[in-house]
Design a protein around this ligand. Structure first.
Ligand code: BES
Ligand code: MN
Ligand code: ZN
Length: 503
């Protein structure tokens, strides 16, 4: 996507689709005038209400403007920045469906939107661009016609090719700043979606590591990859236990972004990287099992977030830690009842081999604490089906031992539309993960499955005081048949917003 900002008058802009965004308030004030100016019938306003994402395309104004079509785009009541993102997501999706390659948006009123949303011009623009990336994303690279083409050729067609934002001269530099930030977050989120959408046969643990290495080389941060031998030497018994049934070696990847000057703080981001979760010996039912290629969504979002922070050059040190493997049954696989020793020395009875995420996260969390002692640890994981039962498919579960941290994450969720809802993390639940033979069991009793999973994780942070776990099992992947099915990249925007706040 080639995005530019212009201060030229809107009518002079050559484009296939010229878009006027309206809040419900600005609709009443100025829409009539604009329609009149282009020679359109104002009767369209009987149906168009400027709800977030609402879009009407009008034809036949050629001669009055250099654009082939004009569109009215609703951005809601103007109070929520996330509505702005939602509207551009809808716009970009429509443009893609209509194969419109050049779009221009009149952002002359951006100052008004920014003040009604209690935000800045740059943030509004950034959110708008993020939505453009999100809405124009399609995963089609495995279709045979795309496979035949060279990579750069096939990449072009999946996005709007040219996007122009029209700004008042006074706002121009803020608009440009916002656009630049939006491009970074939007493209990093789409990169995460690509990784998640790749099926298990095309993305193994080593491929996740390779993606991190490539990102580090391109964006200037260090990446270290531990292979199976190093993981054995480190004694990461959780990761090794999950990997036992696999034909592919596990990896443990560390992404380390250090800012140029002094870092405001050090944050560790841990992402679950199960490239395919069959359940192992505790095999999952076959229905919907294919979706378990998305069980490395946490890992993908962590890579996306670290890359974004590096490209934004935020003054904060961010360490991404990714334990990766698939979870497969075989003669050598870990069995229910087995007892393993994790990196921390804590022993775990494997009550169910399908509760594998917490085993690999246990090692990564202990490693993060021991090796880096960061100011904050946040982990992202498609950890439990129970979290979907509790919160559904659009909201993530949040568990934290620190109220301020939980509040910061909650607020970042409201701003980015990647919403989280806090759940309890009380010691009452420990009763449910007791083991008769080991220090702890990876399997809870009936009920509160996402809470017992979180209590399990907490045992491995060794008393760290600022830790949050985000269970993204619901929002990371949309089932077949959804408007845009597959990976959402949930977590990239959330983490980037959080890290911006701390910068
Ligand atoms: N990866 C799954 C959780 C999941 C389920 C993610 C649905 C996305 C959609 C996880 O490894 C798992 O299997 N959890 C089990 C835990 C249980 C065995 C204690 C679950 O939620 O059923
Ligand atoms: Mn599982
Ligand atoms: Zn899993």
């Amino acid at each position: 996507m080639n995005i530019s900002v212009t201060t030229n008058p809107v009518k002079k802009i050559k484009t296939e689709l010229l878009v006027f965004p309206f809040t419900t308030g600005s609709l009443k004030k100025i829409a009539g005038g604009i329609l009149h100016d282009f020679g359109y019938d104002a009767a369209v306003l009987r149906d168009f209400k400027a709800e977030a994402g609402e879009l009407v395309i009008l034809y036949g104004a050629m001669g009055k403007t250099s654009a082939e079509r004009v569109a009215l785009l609703g951005i809601g009541d103007g109070k929520k920045i996330s509505d702005c993102r939602k509207s551009s997501t809808a716009l970009a999706g429509k443009a893609l469906d209509l194969k419109i390659e050049a779009v221009a948006v009149d952002f002359s009123g951006v100052k008004g939107f920014a003040s009604s949303a209690k935000s800045s011009v740059a943030s509004i623009c950034s959110a708008f661009i993020e939505g453009c990336y999100s809405g124009s994303y399609r995963f089609d690279r495995l279709k045979s016609d795309k496979l035949k083409k060279k990579k750069d050729e096939s990449d072009k067609k999946k996005e709007i090719v040219e996007l122009i934002l029209r700004s008042d001269p006074a706002q121009c530099s803020a608009v440009e700043d916002g656009v630049a930030a939006g491009i970074i977050t939007g493209s990093c989120q789409n990169m995460a979606r690509d990784l998640v959408n790749l099926p298990g046969n095309l993305l193994q643990a080593e491929d996740i590591s390779a993606a991190a290495v490539e990102s580090g080389q391109r964006c200037g941060f260090d990446v270290k990859v531990f292979g199976k031998e190093e993981i054995e030497d480190l004694g990461m018994g959780g990761l090794l236990a999950v990997n036992r049934g696999s034909l592919h070696p596990p990896t443990f990847t560390i992404l380390d972004y250090k800012p140029e000057g002094k870092a405001a703080r050090t944050v560790a981001l841990v992402g679950k990287g199960v490239t395919f979760d069959s359940g192992g010996i505790s095999l999952k039912p076959s229905e919907g099992m294919g979706e378990m290629k998305s069980d490395m969504s946490g890992a993908a979002s962590v890579i996306g977030a670290v890359e974004a922070v590096a490209r934004l050059g935020l003054p904060i040190r961010v360490i991404g830690l990714i334990p990766a493997t698939d979870n497969m049954p075989s003669g050598s696989a870990t069995k229910p009842g087995d007892v393993i020793t994790t990196y921390s020395g804590i022993t775990v009875e494997v009550g169910n081999t399908d509760a594998e995420g917490r085993l690999i996260l246990a090692d990564a969390l202990s490693y993060a604490k021991k090796q880096y002692n960061p100011d904050v640890i946040v982990d992202l994981a498609t950890l439990t089906g129970a979290c979907i039962v509790a919160l559904g498919y659009s909201v993530a579960g949040l568990f934290s031992n620190d109220d301020r941290l939980a509040d910061d994450i909650f607020q970042a969720g409201q701003l980015t539309g990647e919403k989280v809802w806090r759940m309890p993390l009380w010691e009452e639940y420990d009763e449910m993960i007791k083991s008769d033979v080991a220090d702890v069991s990876n399997l809870g009793a009936r009920g509160a499955g996402s809470v017992t999973a979180s209590r399990f994780l907490e045992k491995f942070i060794d008393g760290h005081k600022k830790w949050a776990h985000i269970d993204i099992a619901g929002p990371s992947f949309s089932a077949k048949g959804a408007k845009v099915s597959g990976a959402t990249g949930f977590g990239v925007r959330l983490l980037v917003e959080l890290l911006k706040k701390w910068s």
